[in-house]
Design a protein around this ligand. Sequence first.
Ligand SMILES: [Fe+2]
Ligand SMILES: [Fe+2]
Length: 265
Amino acid sequence: MITHENKLISEIEALKIEFEKTTDKLIKDVRRQDKIMIRSDKRQQQEYDELQTKFEEVAALQKEIEDTQKEVVFTMGAIGESRSKETGNHVKRVAEYSKILALHYGLSIEQAEMLKQASPMHDIGKVAIPDAILNKPGRFDESERRIMDTHAALGYEMLKSSNRPLLKLAATVAYEHHEKWDGSGYPQGLKGEDININGRITALADVFDALGSDRVYKKAWDEEKIFKLFKEERGKHFDPKLVDIFFDNLEEFLEVRDRFKDIES
Ligand SMILES: [Fe+2]
Ligand SMILES: [Fe+2]
């Protein structure tokens, strides 16, 4: 009996030792694993932090580039504007009108926003037109008109070689803002939807604003006269769909006109 018990005890002892050895080994393994994990966690955290910093730097740089781009574009538009002594807020209003038209036409918010930034450059080509013509009070003769009309193609030439989407868009707008829906515009005599939508939009925005403002060669038109012309030119000068958008959302356009009123000098 005793022998049997002793045998059992010694077997249990042996099992206990075996068990302790195994647990020891397991604990050691877990600890080692932990250390490795902590080390790799630290490394990962460090890599993550470095990446984060780089992201922030890139984002800041990207914003800087975009801001610069916007400023350059706007300044260029303003230069064109100041040379032709156009009313102070003309390009700002054209920008806003263009965005409204783009959104109602169904362009995306991004596209509308980009057009808002590009449309102020529509007359940038005027920087190359002689002052005597640019600021002539009264009507142009044949040859003056021909020179004046080159501002569209000139603007396009100035901007077309850029790879920047914004400047590319500005080039198109400069080129096509005097095209007319019925094909009677210049410089290419494009017709209907062959005219880029951004050109069609800027054309309407530009004319609406120009008619409502004093210029060296004319007084501002009253609203009724402008609306009458727009109805007449629906499908002639202007894309009919854009004219409809204009009348359907008139309050939005008038709000912009009031917000960016020219200060009387
Ligand atoms: Fe123009
Ligand atoms: Fe203009």
